[in-house]
Design a protein around this ligand. Structure first.
Ligand code: UD1
Ligand code: UDP
Length: 373
């Protein structure tokens, strides 16, 4: 009998990490796969749906400008619950730690539908860093019947919370599947990633630093300190910073105010995934507070400076490719300058590792879903 699997996602990172699972489920006749996007993100979600060739079965179109956590969560619960009532899935699959993932798990629990959690067991052990993601994933961890942990570290975190060992499976992180898939696609069709040509020409001969920043816990002072660090770094004539700016108005306002018009800084719209992969390959260093970028950079051997106080992804730091640098201006600037000026420090970080997976996570996840009843 075919099983109906309802795959729920809503933001850019969930879409990137879920499309390999959707592709693998769709290719397996044991499953009827139903996709439901909350569209907690609109434009950035659609960029991923387009490249991955996914047309969702349900699109709740929930995003509101500058949405609040409670307004968003309330809309998610009722919207996702309605889809579950209509589709009556055997399993609900959620990914990561967003409001969509948390509400998807909770709505499934209210209907006693078992939940499978992709990217389970990440923990910073600080409920305000990252906020509100740490609590979201703990809620999902309490509900899930199947936990797909990307690494042994995340599996151990779940066991420490007394999750039954039988329910935990180390699969690797599907982001590595996604990155390999998009890299192969670009190789076959280079035009997919040629849209940065103008910037590449403008910054020819300069050392590129790729930047992303969007965390809610940094709104206000944290983002201002990050912007000031970027301004100081950009005073060096040998560097250029390429910064696709998150559309959240709290991020835009600060970054455009502090960095708009600087010669060595390109504030650009969010890149689609092939172009972001291109930026990862052009960049000498990545400076970010993103979760996903912390996982992708080590796979490509790109040093990544993480503008956070803690991380739930210690594997990149342990592998030596990532370093936590916090959100204070002086520290960010000095860490970047060390990497730019000290060849030994740079080479020590610039080694490719795959602590987050081998590119076969989605296949393992689908096998595991096929083996449970
Ligand atoms: C969300 C997730 C966060 C994840 C991040 C990835 C929660 C609580 N937060 O945070 O875990 O790291 O996505 O990017 O789930 N917006 C647009 N267009 C878009 C997307 C967002 O205009 O395509 C603007 C809207 O004004 C929206 C705002 O950004 O209201 C915030 O979006 P939201 O999903 O609530 O928060 P993020 O900071 O993106
Ligand atoms: N990304 C992208 N375009 C961009 C910036 C990021 O495609 O302009 C991708 C990046 O490769 C990674 C994911 O988006 O896979 C990370 O998403 P984000 O930083 O928004 O969220 P987080 O991972 O912090 O939850």
């Amino acid at each position: 009998m075919t099983q109906t699997i309802l795959v729920v996602f809503g933001t850019r990172p969930e879409a990137i990490k879920m499309f390999p699972v959707v592709h693998a489920l769709a290719a397996d006749p044991r499953f009827r796969v139903v996709t439901c996007v909350s569209a907690q993100h609109r434009g950035m979600l659609d960029q991923v749906l387009t490249i991955a060739g996914i047309v969702p079965n349900h699109d709740l179109d929930l995003m509101k400008p500058d949405q609040t956590l409670d307004g968003l969560t309330a809309a998610l619960l009722t919207g996702l619950g309605g889809v579950m009532d209509a589709e009556k899935p055997d399993w609900v699959v959620v990914q990561g730690d967003t409001a969509t993932a948390m509400a998807g798990a909770l709505a499934a629990y209210y209907r006693k539908i078992p939940v499978a959690h992709v990217e389970a067991g990440l923990r910073s052990h600080n409920i305000y860093h990252p906020w509100p993601e740490e609590v979201n994933r703990k809620i999902i961890g309490t509900i899930a019947a199947l936990h797909f942990a990307p690494t042994e570290t995340s599996a151990a975190a779940l066991r420490a919370e007394n999750v039954s060992a039988d329910a935990i499976h180390v699969t690797g992180n599907t982001v590595i599947d996604a990155l390999q898939w998009v890299s192969a696609k670009i190789e076959a069709e280079p035009a997919l990633a040629e849209g940065l040509a103008d910037l590449e020409e403008r910054f020819a001969g300069k050392r590129i630093i790729g930047v992303t920043s969007h965390r809610r816990e940094n709104f206000g002072g944290g983002l201002e300190a990050i912007a000031e660090a970027i301004r100081q770094i950009a005073e060096r004539p040998d560097v250029a910073l390429i910064f696709p700016v998150h559309p959240n108005p709290n991020v835009r306002k600060v970054m455009e105010g502090a960095l708009g018009g600087l010669a060595n800084v390109a504030l650009i719209e969010p890149l689609d995934y092939p172009h972001f992969a291109r930026l990862l390959s052009l960049a000498e260093i990545m400076l970010t507070d993103s979760g996903g970028v912390q996982e992708e950079a080590p796979a490509l051997g790109k040093p990544v400076l993480v503008m956070r106080e803690t991380t739930e992804r210690p594997e990149g730091v342990e592998a030596g490719t990532a370093r936590l640098v916090g959100t204070e201006t002086a520290r960010i600037v000095s860490e970047i300058f060390t990497l730019l000026d000290d060849k030994a420090a740079y080479s020590a970080m610039a080694r490719a590792h795959n602590p987050f997976g081998d590119g076969h996570a989605a296949r393992r996840i689908v096998e595991l879903l096929g083996n449970v009843r």
